[in-house]
Write a protein that binds this ligand. Structure first.
Ligand code: NAD
Ligand code: UGA
Length: 457
């Protein structure tokens, strides 16, 4: 039996530790966070994040061998294994601002571990970090050799996607564990392998050296985002030529060397990590004197920004080059379906763009309205938040589909059309609607990567 601690009870720390606790009843798992409100929510009936299946896993393990606490110092002292799952956002100040990772939360956690440890610990990097951060972690942890406490640092990046986190954790494609090849480093790797082996087949657990572990995480996100930017780049050409992005993506994705996933053209990728991790990769390449490699990856982010701007421009142009004073209903605020998370959501970027054009906006979303209001800050005062999509669309000139919620595909668009200002427009940023049917109902339909279906030239 081990005592496992996780510092950081966010989108990763909470679900990851819940699944470890569920599958390893022999271990005691504690999750701490500096944010007491968040911990209180983890201990309540209303969890701080929306994630399908999470409620059930928490119900099984919480109070049995899973505990959410705020007494970080005492929990550090009691732990054998400490996962560090704190946020690593993009730096907004000083050197590397806008690119490099802000490591202040990570370093604070490292120093807390050093200060409150009296027994040997395995420290596991769960956060996504720049390559060679483990080296800095070791330097901090071993900065007081007189204390006689030994630390092993392991890289165990997380690959879960929000909205499918529980499934991804229960049935991962792989678990990656990077460590040192010293005897104690190898023993530490084996201890972490043993945790995952409780439910993950051994052949899916990959062990590497520390730097490969750290870099593989950044590279995996860069590759995934690159596929989206690639298909989105082709979507722009589709709109100019009459080709249809769904047909093109299907034709590309049936090549078994390419595969069909992550080829859905969209209003752009969002989420807290793709942009941040690619910019971090770009910064690392620049730092290591590789400007061509940096420029190559930066283009994935630039293409994503272009796609979001382009979507707003298509709306403006279709609506006779002015949306000032027009009510527009934005369907979706979350960065993807099945999450309430709005971090880096393309929906909010489109929202800001339309506010600049002085549109009157109403946003509807089944789970993300509170986060949207908080993320929009002062701009939220100029936006209406309406949980009912039918009410949101009432009296609107246009609807923009910005999140691929299944609910939005199942609405009665005939009824919605009736209550809209004519000519009525619909802009499908996720290609989830039946465009021919909407056109028959009277809508002017503009979808990503498809020829427009308008009732006028
Ligand atoms: P998050 O912001 O939701 O959670 C981080 C938590 O850490 C916050 O609640 C914060 O209060 C807490 N924290 C920070 N410093 C602390 C300290 N010293 N002591 C105690 N608590 C502290 O972030 P997240 O989305 O869970 O991401 C965490 C890391 O995992 C990031 O590095 C991210 O890149 C990576 N990651 C995220 C996802 C995802 O889907 N969100 C997936 C894979 C990897
Ligand atoms: C992503 C990765 O998929 C995870 O493996 C990784 O662990 C995580 O980032 C992370 O490091 O944070 P996540 O951002 O939660 O997970 O969700 P994705 O399913 O990857 O979607 C990201 C964005 O891309 C969303 O806005 C989504 O709508 C968009 N997307 C995705 C597309 O536009 N088209 C697609 O074909 C797929």
């Amino acid at each position: 039996m081990s005592s496992i601690l996780c510092i950081g009870a966010g989108y990763v720390g909470g679900p990851t530790m819940a699944v470890i606790a569920k599958n390893c009843p022999q271990h005691r798992v504690v999750v701490v966070d500096a944010n007491a409100e968040r911990i209180a929510a983890w201990n309540s009936a209303r969890l701080p994040i929306y994630e399908p299946g999470l409620d059930q896993v928490i119900a099984q393990a919480r109070g049995r061998n899973l505990f959410f606490r705020t007494d970080t110092e005492a929990q550090i002292a009691a732990a054998d294994i400490i996962f560090v799952s704190v946020n690593t956002p993009t730096k907004t100040f000083g050197e590397g601002a806008g690119r490099a990772a802000n490591l202040q939360y990570w370093e604070r956690a490292a120093r807390q571990i050093l200060e409150h440890s009296r027994t040997p610990k395995i420290v596991v990097e769960k956060s996504t970090l720049p390559v060679r951060t483990a080296e800095a972690m070791e330097r901090i942890l071993n900065s007081q050799p007189g204390r006689g406490v030994h630390f092993d640092v392991i890289s165990n990046p997380e690959f879960l996607a929000e909205g499918s986190a529980i499934h991804d954790l229960e049935h991962p494609d792989r678990v990656l564990i990077g460590g040192k090849s010293t005897p104690s480093g190898r023993a530490a790797v084996e201890q972490i392998v043993a945790i995952y082996e409780s439910w993950v087949p051994r052949e899916r657990i990959i062990t590497t050296n520390l730097w490969s572990g750290e870099l593989a995480k950044l590279a995996a996100n860069a590759f995934l985002a690159q596929r989206i930017s690639s298909i989105n780049a082709i979507s722009a050409l589709c709109e100019r030529t009459g080709a249809d992005i769904t047909e093109v993506a299907h034709a590309i994705g049936t090549d078994s060397r390419i595969g069909p996933r992550f080829l859905r053209a969209s209003v752009g990728f969002g989420g807290s990590c793709f942009r941040k991790d690619i910019l971090n990769l770009v910064y690392l390449c620049e730092h290591h004197g590789l400007p061509e490699v940096a420029a190559y990856w930066e283009q994935v982010v630039l293409m994503n920004e272009y796609q979001q701007r382009r979507f707003g421009s298509v709306m403006l142009e279709a609506m006779f080059n002015t949306v000032a004073g027009k009510r527009i209903a934005l369907f979706g605020a979350a960065f993807k379906a099945n999450t309430g998370d709005t971090r880096e959501s393309p929906a909010l970027n489109v929202c800001r763009e339309l506010l600049d054009e002085r549109a009157e906006l109403v946003i509807t979303d089944p789970y993300a309205l509170d986060n949207a209001r908080a993320d929009l800050g002062a701009a939220a005062e100029r936006v209406e938040f309406e949980p009912d999509p039918y009410k949101a669309a009432q009296g609107a000139h246009a609807i923009a589909i910005l999140t691929e919620w299944q609910q939005f595909a199942e609405l009665d668009y005939e009824a919605i059309y009736r209550d809209m200002v004519k000519p009525a427009f619909i802009f499908d940023g996720r290609n989830i609607l039946d465009h021919a049917q909407l056109h028959r109902l009277g809508f002017n339909v503009y979808a990503i990567g498809k020829p427009p279906l308008a009732h006028f030239d």
